[in-house]
Design a protein around this ligand. Sequence first.
Ligand code: IMP
Length: 199
Amino acid sequence: MPQLLIASTNPGKLREFQEILGGEPFELLLPAQLGIFLEVEEDGATYAENAAKKALAYCQAAGLVTLADDSGLEVEALGGAPGLYSARYSPIAGATDADRRAHLLANLKGVARPWKARFHCTVAVAAPGRGVKLCVGNCPGEIIPTERGTGGFGYDPIFQLEGRAETMAELESAEKNRLSHRALAVRAAIPILHELFGV
Ligand code: IMP
């Protein structure tokens, strides 16, 4: 079976990549399984730059077709913040996902609801000698003031999906992995992977 390296160390994302790509005819590998430990600074001006940088760095290190993503939460009333900085959105050193959710809600205090938002994901696929290809996915919804649900990760407990009563954290993982920004971007990348692997 052809091998696909998933260039991420975020456990929440890794679980989702594994579930979304689970039925595909390629073996998923993680950097640690290959003894690869890279620190790739996410200093790009766009999701695309960051995703491409990660995918290329791991692709070069492993010599394997590599998939990486860069994702974030964009809140309309905050001018699109935290966006690219979603993973670092808290003044607390060593902040947790809960700290970042609290910081977001503090910044929305006094702002009239609904707090429209969307999750965005850009996926980059890098192949040795064949450059990088990009796919995107968006998932609209709104931020709610009280956390609900225990699934997913990150901002999921305060993100209610558009047209639904549930937060992202209240969905079964199979359903999140059908509807999410990451699911949409990864599914758009599947034909690219099939072509690269000739499967
Ligand atoms: P990065 O893609 O590693 O820069 O991290 C993106 C950050 O955006 C994550 O650490 C989360 O805080 C947030 N994020 C991205 N995707 C999701 C999701 O599916 N659910 C909740 N939060 C997410």
